[in-house]
Design a protein around this ligand. Structure first.
Ligand SMILES: NC(=O)c1ccc[n+]([C@@H]2O[C@H](COP(=O)([O-])OP(=O)(O)OC[C@H]3O[C@@H](n4cnc5c(N)ncnc54)[C@H](OP(=O)(O)O)[C@@H]3O)[C@@H](O)[C@H]2O)c1
Length: 393
């Protein structure tokens, strides 16, 4: 079986490493997988594949016109890769993608095209890497109402928050450390702005509710404005802070958000470093929890190889997503919130329950309110850190 890979960075080289190192064991189980060629962007870059005979190309047509029937997308490009996936699916090739930016932005289009062309579209690695979440959910949705899912879905933010908490360091110092260790990108906006977690909760929720949920409709708050004083304040109240992505379908309405959250539970609040953690609620099992590596070279490649073997052994689930369920997006997220701001607006004043001024900053606990109301009240303020206070998840 010949496959092609698009991208040979961290994850692409991990896929090659597993396929190379485990070739004997795979062969023994009738998985004779050969990488036909690998598409990269910069042909002049020095590469060190384990298989020294691998063919690299920067010419996409070589992949499109090849005989491979499955292509793995581990590129970091958005629009160009999307266009390429379209051509590949139209040419009858199965797609496995770890590229959450593409999978999230074009979730509807990719599922529709996969169905129209009778190919597989597999994206387990796009959410929480090594933690199996997409496939378990795909298997459940026909006989179990999964109506709530909640997760720490961004390892970089979790690394920063848990290290700030543990070491008492500033945001800038921990971010720099994360970048030096390769946990955070040079431009960390997608991670610390909450957008990466937003993409993942969109993928999961779209799948679970078989509904169209637009990225821009998901209320998203990140951790880029957090200060040590916020963690100190949370600690004084008995909480940790973690970036939580949440979605709930209740009474025909979807409530979905990404927001830093004050927590004192034994699961999320005790998720450290770059780990991801997910809790799912279903009609048949009340709830269950999963925790593990949500990123990394072999961790992400592992999920890709699982998708690949499922396709090769005809065990993969054909896409059933068609987004036909129509629900209102409520974005209520009712609860109490913590805010730190140097100024207060009159709109915000109405929502305040407690206000403590420390070193010139207001540390506010709001009355019970909705997130969209609070968002409107802080619109004109600069440099606000906002977190939801959760008594119980
Ligand atoms: N790293 C993780 O832990 C992780 C976890 C889950 C999901 N993901 C997702 O997996 C994908 C790959 O991540 P990564 O960490 O491996 O990224 P990376 O190290 O930056 O590698 C990206 C690869 O994509 C290639 N590429 C980029 N744009 C391309 C284009 N237009 N045409 C052809 N090749 C192109 C690059 O080519 P050159 O080598 O020539 O530059 C490079 O080989 C991303 O979408 C990421 O979001 C990553």
């Amino acid at each position: 079986m010949k496959i092609a890979i698009m991208g040979f960075g961290t994850v692409g080289s991990g896929v090659e490493e597993i396929l190379y190192k485990k070739r004997k064991s795979l062969l023994k189980n009738n998985f004779d997988i050969e990488i036909d060629r690998i598409l990269i962007k910069d042909k002049s870059k020095k590469r060190s594949p384990l298989n020294k005979n691998l063919i690299f190309t920067d010419n996409f047509k070589e992949i499109l016109n090849s005989e491979v029937d499955t292509v793995i997308d581990v590129t970091s490009s958005l629009e160009e890769t999307y266009e390429r996936i379209l051509s590949l699916m139209k040419a009858g090739k199965n797609i496995i993608s770890a590229n959450k930016a593409v999978v999230s932005k074009y979730f509807e289009e990719l599922n529709e095209l996969a169905r129209a062309n009778n190919v597989y579209f597999s994206y387990e690695a796009s959410v929480a890497a090594a933690i199996p979440i997409i496939h378990p959910m795909m298997e459940e949705v026909f006989f179990n109402d999964i109506n709530k899912i909640c997760g720490i879905l961004n390892g970089t933010s979790n690394y920063i928050l848990s290290m700030m908490e543990k070491e008492g360091l500033s945001y800038d110092v921990v971010l720099k450390k994360a970048q030096d260790l390769g946990y955070a990108e040079a431009d960390p906006t997608a991670d610390v702005g909450g957008f990466d977690a937003m993409r993942k909760i969109r993928i999961l929720s779209s799948l679970l509710y078989n509904a169209k949920i637009k990225e821009e409709d998901i209320l998203t708050f990140g951790i880029s404005t957090i200060q040590k004083s916020d963690l100190d304040y949370a600690k004084k109240m008995g909480y940790s802070i973690r970036l939580l992505a949440k979605s709930k379908l209740d009474g025909g309405k979807i409530d979905i958000s990404v927001i830093p959250t004050f927590l004192k539970d034994n699961f999320f609040a005790k998720t450290f470093k770059g780990s991801n953690a997910i809790k799912v609620w279903g009609e048949n099992f009340s709830s269950y929890e999963l925790k593990g590596p949500g990123a990394g070279k072999l961790e992400t490649a592992d999920a890709i190889i699982r998708d690949l073997l499922r396709i090769l052994s005809a065990r993969e689930i054909k896409t059933f997503y068609d987004g036909t369920n129509s629900y209102d997006l409520e974005n209520n997220c009712l609860g109490k919130y913590y805010l730190r701001t140097s100024k207060i607006s009159s709109k915000l004043e109405d929502l305040i329950d407690q206000d403590e001024i420390l070193a010139g900053d207001h540390h506010i606990i709001t009355k019970k309110t909705s997130l969209d109301k609070l968002e409107a009240a802080i619109l004109d303020l600069n440099e606000v850190f906002i977190a939801k206070i959760e008594e119980e998840i």
